[in-house]
Design a protein around this ligand. Structure first.
Ligand code: CMC
Length: 392
């Protein structure tokens, strides 16, 4: 009732008060719980950042060890879930599989359906969500190869365990290169939260109807899939490959991106909030150079990406609209160097974003926020009389 403010795309609407992530789009600042992203990316681990986001404080050594141990007790997924994996066509997109598999966890852990879960029960659902996600993501990859699933080895930390399930083999123990573990930690930390973005708002709004954690996260995964959001990391590499095949003429593609009659957009460029630079992109660009050098990889698309950035940043179209490389511009080049296929990139984004979604879902519940329900301004026809089908 009453006055409705129209804000399509919620460009200026604050949907909640949150104490999780601070973002200053003009200055290019990003902080989790007050800690600058630059410090967390260089000093912390993904699991420590997950703890920070979810519980609000950096853990003590004991808290971190307990957290890791607790998660490691819930890394197995129900054996019946394998039937779901069997049911998907082997070439189906990993994001569709992930969203469905995560939602199906609610069928295996029905205690999560209780809307008045105690604090301990809620915490257990959170731990299960974290533990099972890494297993599901790596099994999706194994399925795409037609390889046997690798069960979690809980002697490893979260990220090493994930990499082991992804790249390991049943027949022999493999060594995971510490360069890869460190790169993966950095990428996951950089993706771990980003305040009220499309997928996080989705998780909060779905959770606001007291839907369970798995259904809420699954909805977030679906929102993340789109190429304007997390799906951009896959779209960037596909774009760079196309430019490479086309002879590497970056000027031509920049021209296409500026042409209002052409639907092509420079993927990995622009951001709803960052209007100066995306601090995550700065860190990722440097990490990209370091990791490729350490792994001895020479990737031609990295050169194309750098050239595109250079040309775009000097171009008035991009300057006037404050369009800069975002987190997705260089991340795919690293994922590729680590050995992931292109269609897994957005799934890796989801693995990284999971602690953020959980923290935001938990905060929404703690704040006892009302059901999310935007209004509208009706512009359709009014006062029509039903016409019988024969008379239409
Ligand atoms: N290439 C060319 N033009 C662009 C681009 C781009 N990548 N991004 C924005 N513009 C133009 C847009 O056409 C518009 O021009 P005009 O004012 O002449 O109509 C102006 O810049 C403002 O763009 P907008 O679409 O109104 O801005 P938005 O805040 O609604 O959209 C965005 C933000 C990220 C969806 C958009 O910049 C975009 O589509 N970027 C490419 C996809 C991408 O990289 N997405 C990842 C975002 S960061 C990580 C994440 O969220 O997952």
């Amino acid at each position: 009732t009453g006055y409705v403010t129209l804000d399509i795309g919620y460009k200026n609407t604050g949907a909640t008060q949150s104490a999780i992530t601070f973002l200053d789009g003009e200055l290019g600042v990003l902080k989790y719980r007050g800690y600058p992203i630059e410090q967390l990316a260089s000093k912390s681990s993904f699991i420590e950042v997950a703890y920070l986001l979810i519980y609000g404080e950096l853990p003590t050594e004991k808290q971190l060890a307990d957290f890791q141990l607790h998660i490691s007790r819930h890394t197995l997924v129900h054996e019946d879930m394998k039937k779901f994996f069997d049911g998907f066509p082997s070439k189906s997109h990993p994001m569709g599989q992930l969203s469905s598999l995560v939602c199906s966890l609610s069928a295996f852990y029905p205690e999560s359906l209780k809307s008045n879960q105690s604090e301990a029960e809620l915490d257990l659902s959170i731990i299960k969500m974290l533990g099972k996600m890494a297993t599901i993501v790596s099994w999706i990859y194994k399925k795409s190869l037609g390889h046997p699933f690798i069960y979690p080895r809980n002697k490893y930390d979260y990220v090493t365990n994930f990499l082991h399930m992804t790249f390991g083999q049943r027949t022999e123990e493999i060594e995971i290169d510490p360069v890869i573990v460190s790169a993966m930690n950095t990428l996951l930390i950089l993706h771990a939260d980003h305040e009220q973005n499309c997928s996080t708002s989705t998780v909060r709004i779905v959770g606001s109807s007291e839907s369970n954690i798995y259904a809420s996260v699954s909805a977030g995964i679906s929102a993340l899939w789109g190429p304007l959001h997390g799906g951009a990391n896959q779209a960037v590499i596909e774009m760079l490959e196309k430019i490479k095949e086309d002879g590497g003429d970056t000027d031509k593609w920049i021209k296409k991106a500026k042409d209002k009659n052409d639907t092509f957009r420079l993927m990995g460029f622009g951001h709803r909030v960052y209007k100066n630079f995306d601090p995550r992109a700065k860190i990722i660009k440097k990490a990209c150079d370091d990791i490729l050098e350490k792994l001895g990889i020479d990737d031609e698309v990295l050169e194309i990406a750098k050239k595109l950035e250079e040309v775009a940043l000097k171009d008035n179209y991009f300057i006037e609209r404050k369009l800069y490389p975002n987190v997705d511009f260089y991340s795919g080049i690293i994922y590729r160097a680590l050995g992931f296929p292109t269609d897994m990139f957005t799934v890796l984004f989801a693995l990284g974003r999971l602690p953020g979604w959980i923290a935001q879902w938990k905060e929404m519940k703690e704040h006892k926020e009302p059901i999310g329900r935007p209004r509208q301004i009706y512009v359709g026809k009014v006062n029509r009389e039903y016409v019988d089908i024969k008379s239409r």
